[in-house]
Write a protein that binds this ligand. Structure first.
Ligand code: UD1
Length: 371
C-alpha cells in the first residue's frame, strides 16, 4: 500500500478536493488520508460541502480555527507536522502531501511536509496576481516554490512557473478540477427550487459576493462598494450571500442597516454549493471578488464583473466572461449597461476545463510516487 495525505482547510478547497479524492481512491494500491485543518469550521462554510459534494468525512481534523495570519499558519504547521510524524495507520510513512488552492492551510501544510522531507503536490499551481498585498499571492508563491509536483489549471500558470525557474518535469497542465465538480453537479443544482425560494426569475437578478480583505476591511472601500450595489439594485435585484468576515465588517462600520433595508437587495447567509450553483448558473450577471467564482462564471458563460484591480486567473478575462472592475463605480455602471443591453462579450470556456481534470491530476500524482 502507498500512503499519501490530502489536505483541505477552507471553503474553496472542498470543491477541488472532492473529485480528486474520488479519483485517487480509485487506485487500489493507494491509501489517501484526508486531513481537514479546520480553518473554516462553521457548518455553512464547511460541513455542508462534505454532504453536497459527496466527499468522505476527514480522517483527521485539526480544529485550528480562525486567527491572525501568523497564528493560523503556525497552528496548522504544528498540528499537521504531528500528523505527518505519526505516519499512516499501519506505521508506514506518508509519501506525498497533496494541497489545493491558495489559502493559509495550503501553504502551511506544504511547508510542514517538505520540512519533514515529504514532497508536496500543489493543485492550482502557478497562478499569480503579481499583487503581494494579497495574502493568497504569498501563499501561492511559497507553496509553489517548495512543491515538487505542480498541477496547473491555465496556460499562464505554466509560463509563471517556468519564469520562476521550475524544471519542466515538475509542471503539468492538467486543467481545472473545480470545474469537474461544477459539471457533475449542475443538473442537480438546476433541479432545486432555489430561485423560487427567493422569488427570483432566471436571468433577472445579479448575484454578488465580496469577502477579500482589500474590499471589506476598510469602511471607505466597503461603503463605496455597497453604494454601488444599492445603485445596481434599482435596475436589477441584487442577491448577496454574505461571508462572515464581510457580515462582521458591515456591522462594525455601521453599514449593515442601510444596505439590508434597500428594497432591491436580498441579503442571505453563506449558501451551500448546490443552492449557490443554482443561483450562479441562472444569474444575469455576477459581481464578485472571489477567485473561484471568476472561473465558475466563465465555465457557465455568465458575465462576471470582478471587483478587483488584478487577477491571478487571466484566462477568465482574455477568453472567459470576466472583466476587471477594481472598485470603480463608473466602470461597473458601464459594463452593467452592456450586460443589460445584450452587448457584453460572450466568452468561451478554456481548454481542459472539461470535467476530467481530477483523473489527469490523480494519474500524475500516482506516477510521481515512483520517480
Ligand atoms: C479564506 C481564504 C481566502 C478564501 C476564503 C473563502 C486565506 C488567507 N484566505 O478567507 O483565500 O477566498 O477563505 O471563504 O486563507 N469565520 C467564520 N467562520 C468560519 C471561518 C471564518 O465566521 O468557519 C470568520 C472569522 O471571523 C474569521 C474570518 O471569517 O476571522 C476570516 O476567516 P479566515 O479563514 O481567516 O479567512 P477568509 O476571509 O474566510
Amino acid at each position: 500500500m502507498r500512503h499519501i495525505v490530502c489536505v483541505v482547510g477552507a471553503r474553496p478547497n472542498f470543491m477541488k478536493m472532492a473529485p480528486l479524492l474520488r479519483a485517487l481512491d480509485a487506485y487500489p494500491h493507494l491509501q489517501a488520508t484526508l486531513v481537514h485543518t479546520g480553518q473554516h469550521y462553521d457548518a455553512n462554510l464547511s460541513d455542508v460541502f462534505f454532504d453536497e459534494l459527496d466527499m468522505r468525512k476527514p480522517d483527521i481534523s485539526l480544529g485550528v480555527g480562525s486567527g491572525k495570519h501568523g497564528q493560523q499558519t503556525a497552528r496548522v504547521l504544528e498540528c499537521f507536522e504531528e500528523v505527518l510524524e505519526r505516519g499512516a495507520e499501519d506505521g508506514q510513512s506518508y509519501e506525498r502531501v497533496v494541497v489545493v488552492g491558495d489559502v493559509n492551510s495550503t501553504m502551511a501544510a506544504a511547508l510542514a511536509a517538505v520540512k519533514l522531507g515529504i514532497p508536496a503536490a500543489h493543485v492550482e499551481a502557478g497562478l499569480r496576481s503579481f499583487d503581494r498585498t494579497m495574502p493568497e499571492e504569498i501563499n501561492r508563491i511559497v507553496t509553489d516554490s517548495i512543491s515538487d509536483v505542480l498541477l496547473v489549471s491555465e496556460p499562464t500558470g505554466m509560463e509563471n512557473l517556468r519564469r520562476e525557474g521550475h524544471a519542466e518535469d515538475q509542471l503539468h497542465l492538467t486543467g481545472n478540477v473545480m470545474i469537474d465538480t461544477l459539471r457533475s453537479l449542475l443538473p442537480r443544482a438546476r433541479s432545486l427550487d432555489t430561485l423560487g425560494r427567493y422569488d427570483l426569475t432566471p436571468r433577472e437578478y445579479a448575484l454578488v459576493t465580496l469577502h477579500r480583505p482589500a474590499n471589506v476591511d476598510s469602511p471607505e472601500v466597503l461603503g463605496r462598494l455597497l453604494d454601488v450595489l444599492i445603485e445596481v439594485s434599482e435596475n436589477l435585484p441584487v442577491v448577496f450571500p454574505v461571508h462572515p468576515r464581510t457580515a462582521r465588517r458591515m456591522q462594525e462600520f455601521q453599514l449593515a442597516d442601510r444596505f439590508q433595508s434597500t428594497a432591491g437587495v436580498i441579503q442571505l447567509p453563506p449558501l451551500g454549493y448546490l443552492d449557490f450553483l443554482a443561483l450562479s448558473s441562472q444569474a444575469k450577471v455576477i459581481v464578485t471578488d472571489s477567485g473561484g467564482l471568476q472561473e465558475e462564471s466563465t465555465a457557465l458563460g455568465v458575465p462576471c464583473l470582478t471587483m478587483r484591480a488584478n487577477t491571478e486567473r487571466p484566462v477568465t478575462v482574455n477568453q472567459g466572461t470576466s472583466t476587471l472592475i477594481g472598485n470603480d463605480a463608473e466602470k461597473l455602471r458601464r459594463h452593467l449597461r452592456e450586460v443589460l443591453g445584450g452587448s457584453y462579450k460572450p466568452g468561451q470556456c478554456p481548454e481542459l476545463w472539461d470535467g476530467r481534470a481530477a483523473e489527469r491530476i490523480a494519474r500524475v500524482i500516482v506516477e510521481s510516487l515512483d520517480r
